[in-house]
Design a protein around this ligand. Sequence first.
Ligand code: NAD
Length: 356
Amino acid sequence: MNYKLAVIPGDGIGPEVVGETLKVLDKVGERFGHKFEYTKALAGGCAIDATGACLPQETVDICKKSDAVLLGAVGGWKWDSLPGNERPEMALLGLRKELGLFANLRPALLFDVLADACPLKPEIVEGGLDIVVVRELTGGIYFGERGFKDTDMGPAAYDVEQYSEGEVRRIARVAFDMAVKRGGKVTSVDKANVLESSRLWRRVVAQVGEDYLQVELNNLYIDNAAMQLVKNPKQFDVIVTGNIFGDILSDEASMITGSIGLLPSASLAEGNFGMYEPVHGSAPDIAGKDMANPMATILSAAMMLRYTFGLGEEADAVENAVKKVLAEGYRTPDIAKPGEETIGTERTGELIAGAI
Ligand code: NAD
């Protein structure tokens, strides 16, 4: 089969980790008899430099003509002084809106061989962790009305948190469907003791839950959820939450798995279309130094094989290759113990491709 991929390497370590991921996909193609066709596209700071816009229309068109999108990361110090709506990160919001990517799946899986990298006490994570944060991606405060106004305390800025019943219903369905295939538990996270939008969220999630009687539904306030993730993370299976709470909780979940360099993500639209990217950013502090861990992007490609292309065996092959390389003791600096020998981005990619 031929699969068309839009590839957006982006900025900082983006091109490095995406480059290694394409090597791995080529190996998957070789072994399983598929052809992955890549069309490269610009987004982020590099697109601003080349075209003046962080998300050129050409990039949106390439994505829409593809079966899936693989993205590295965008942003960096060079563009940090630009006004908010001209920053490279706006490309991500634009892609989510243009491509209808309303559901962001962020698995947080603690690999047995990396239990040492987890900052929590061993007894808290004993037996491993397997959590998926399902974050609503196209609504909430990141997309609400924003602006400035004068107040009696001086000039003020505001951003509006808003959710419609339809938006909550479709993300809740993604979460419940996922829980049916996993541990049978959904934890919905909100701030319903304060926010009207959260009260609507909680009511609609409960309504959707009535169609999934085999799934246990719990509600937690965001502050309690943030605490519980550290105190007792094993209680979680699928966490569903809005855009801003999901942004924060998924990074917290990432840290308990040891390294942000290991965490993949998928952003799904209706149907099978999806954009796949690592959870981490462009890491300007290590860009160009062959130090970035490409595993998060490689595992994102595995999610793409599974969710968009329906290639479960191929996805397993990629995930097993990553596990094998870790089990053999190879470590990039972000997951190495102090004093341990490390390998670089390229070598990690080669080893994983070799293990396919
Ligand atoms: P970051 O994720 O880029 O980096 C945080 C820390 O984690 C840094 O110390 C970095 O070196 C380390 N790190 C990240 N990825 C790593 C990897 N693969 N291997 C090893 N170490 C890794 O977050 P930040 O520093 O807050 O943001 C840097 C830039 O990235 C900013 O411009 C930000 O806006 C942007 N950003 C982009 C995305 C995205 O494109 N999806 C996401 C988050 C941040």
